[in-house]
Design a protein. Structure first.
Length: 247
């Protein structure tokens, strides 16, 4: 009506309800629970593969130590052959578990990244495509996935109650250490041409696999915690609107 006064019909018509979440264009909220559980499960397979690798490492370490002490004969040769076979098998098992975990984990990671953009459209330092690409870009993959995870973590935290970054930082620190240790152990083993070098390489492999177990365990925690945060936030609805104080 002229003068800014609503007619009786307009005043009686309720406003249309606001959408649950006003996400960025192309972003929609989908449950991360199934993928989160799958990602946690395959990370459990990584832990199991690493435990098997530790058993193989211990055999290598023991054989190399016995050779340094002067052991010889058919028995030590038999043990050395068995240790080499188990080491090779452990490498295959670890590679299979790692490739499986990469596929499932990245599906989950992309899902929670899109969900996070629904919760907080402007709270991200990188576009959603980097949720996949950052892991495969040299040098960038040493820091950007952590930054993206923290953005997702912050967006998924309860309204007005941000969660500590400590779990993400601890997981990422161990993950980087395990990568460096694994590279050093592989290089050391490949170059080993004597009992002493093999002994040192086996010790490095033990350290690398142990750190990888710790990193994978923390990754499971981060996956389940982040999945739970997003589920609770979605069930809780949009951010509460502050009540208007009477004049």
């Amino acid at each position: 009506m002229p003068g800014g006064t609503l007619c009786t019909r307009c005043a009686a018509t309720p406003e249309p309800p606001a959408p649950p979440f006003a996400g960025a264009p192309g972003a929609w909220l989908r449950s991360p629970v199934g993928l989160g559980r799958a990602a946690a499960a395959v990370l459990g397979l990584v832990i199991a593969a690493d435990l098997f690798a530790i058993y193989a490492d211990l055999l290598q370490y023991g054989v190399a130590g016995d050779l340094l002490d002067g052991a010889h004969g058919t028995e030590i040769i038999r043990r050395a052959d068995r240790a080499d076979t188990l080491y090779g098998t452990a490498g295959i098992v670890q590679t299979a578990a790692m490739l499986t975990s990469i596929v499932v984990y990245l599906c989950w990671f992309h899902r929670v990244r899109v969900n996070a953009e629904v919760f907080s459209p402007f709270g991200h330092s990188r576009k959603r495509g980097w949720a996949i690409g950052a892991w495969f870009t040299p040098v960038v993959n040493l820091w950007m996935p952590r930054r993206i995870t923290l953005d997702i973590w912050d967006a998924s935290s309860p309204w007005g109650a941000p969660r500590s970054h400590a779990p993400v930082n601890a997981w990422w620190t161990l993950w980087i250490i395990s990568l460096l240790a694994d590279r050093a152990a592989f290089t050391s083993y490949r170059r080993a041409d004597g009992a002493q070098e093999l002994h040192d390489a086996a010790r490095l492999m033990l350290f690398s696999d142990a750190v990888d177990i710790a990193a994978a365990a923390l990754a499971v925690f981060v996956v389940l915690r982040l999945t739970g945060m997003q589920r609770q936030k979605a069930l809780g609805g949009p951010a509460p609107v502050a009540e208007t104080m009477p004049l």
